[in-house]
Design a protein around this ligand. Structure first.
Ligand SMILES: [Zn+2]
Length: 407
């Protein structure tokens, strides 16, 4: 049992439920109480294996989010971030050495920090949703969408994006979304216009990348978010990604006023920035009134921190992409364009080969956040999102009024 109330189940058969067949052989986490209430505990053998072959009990679609929300938030500020001011005083070489040793140590103890969601990918929430709704994902039919995203933490990253990443993506007829930090480094508007003119999308990546916004009061969060209003209007920005993928329920509530979607919740967050968090889902959903596009592939920074080399990273990306495709999910890739992450020759080559792999695939296709959300959200979720957007206009005077508030 993990996290007190989730049980690890190995699905050995689903002949009575063909829409669950993608999960055969997978190790998944299911609420213990649900198994007990529905009489499924008797179906588990001593090794936790279970065949879903009998008729399911009454379907309860409203329970679909139960596993998804289990570890979706990072409500506590992570310890490394609390120590950051002190850590900044340490020389870079020593910092890098310490991070490298720490990462390799964490790689050896994955099962201690990744009970749920499991690393590098855990689709328990999607399995549970299919179980309680009796339905398949809207992405089960047709090619699996692949959404490319970049977190641009520095001006160096923005320049590398323009110099190398965009051309590569255009060579396979793909568009990417790049999330930029509004208040940390001088923004080169010439590059942003070029990114937009070439058909790519721009999003916002926090405020100043100090990882404070999610933990402020709702009022202060909105003041900070409002200070990106000019960027939002100028570059038709629709999406937000929180730095270090830190997200609280309060932040999610604040985002709906400014953005159409958020993409800050990983499917399986790994060791960073808070160990063992994520939504266990590779499908879009609505959370606190805003559409969520989870980051479904393990991201470059986490993989590099754990000491995986580019060849291993490419292999993990391909394996995860195939599993997501079988499950009816969406492949969302997060890379950083800085040299210390994916903006170096070996990692860029791994990224290039992954894009070629998708381009050559007959069951994956490049897509965009907008296309995915249009198809992936249920009608009721779209109506809820639109009603909220109409009730609270996303741009204009209201946001400018908020700028006057305390930051
Ligand atoms: Zn970042």
């Amino acid at each position: 049992m993990v996290k007190g109330e989730l049980v690890a189940v190995r699905v050995t058969g689903t002949s009575g439920q063909p829409h669950l067949s993608w999960a055969e052989g997978a190790l998944l986490s299911v609420p213990h109480a649900w198994l007990r209430e529905r009489g499924f505990l008797e179906d588990l053998d001593a090794n936790g294996r279970c065949a879903v072959e009998r008729a399911l009990p009454a379907l309860i679609p409203q329970e679909a989010s139960r596993v998804r929300l289990w570890a979706a938030y990072t409500e506590k500020r992570p310890i490394p971030l609390r120590l950051r001011p002190w850590f900044r005083m340490v020389p870079t070489s020593l910092r890098n050495y310490t991070a490298s040793r720490l990462g390799r140590w964490q790689r050896r103890r994955i099962r201690h920090w990744a009970m749920f969601p499991r690393w590098p990918l855990d689709l328990s929430a999607d399995f549970f949703a299919d179980l309680v709704t009796g339905e398949s994902s809207p992405f089960s039919a047709g090619p699996t969408p692949v959404v490319l995203t970049h977190d641009i933490d520095t001006l160096e990253g923005l320049r590398n994006l323009q110099r190398w990443f965009l051309s590569l993506e255009e060579s396979v007829a793909a568009c990417s979304t790049s999330f930029i930090v509004p208040h940390r480094w001088p923004i080169d508007h010439g590059i942003l216009m070029d990114v937009l003119d070439r058909g790519h999308e721009i999003g916002v990546h926090g405020f100043d990348h100090s990882n404070r916004t999610p933990f402020l009061s709702g009022e202060k969060q909105q003041s900070r978010l409002a200070r990106a209003s000019d960027l939002i209007e100028r570059y038709e920005i629709r999406g937000y990604r929180s730095p270090s993928l830190l997200r609280t329920r309060s932040l999610m509530k604040s985002l709906g006023r400014f953005y159409e979607y958020d993409s800050s919740i990983p499917t399986a967050g790994g060791v960073f920035s808070v160990q063992g968090t994520g939504c266990g889902s590779a499908r879009p959903f609505v959370i606190e009134g805003i559409a969520e596009l989870p980051v479904t592939l393990p991201r470059d920074a986490s993989l590099r921190f754990l000491g995986y080399n580019p060849t291993e990273i490419l292999r993990i990306w391909k394996l995860c992409a195939e599993y997501i495709s079988r499950s009816g999910g969406v492949i969302v890739v997060l890379t950083h364009c800085e040299a210390r992450f994916s903006g170096n020759a070996p990692m860029f080559e791994a990224y290039r080969r992954f894009l070629d792999y998708v381009a050559d695939s007959d069951h994956m296709t490049f897509s965009t956040p907008d296309e995915v959300l249009q198809k992936g959200l249920g009608l009721s979720e779209r109506i809820e999102r639109e009603e909220r957007a109409q009730a609270v206009p996303r741009s204009g005077r209201r946001e400018k009024e908020l700028v006057a508030g305390a930051v």
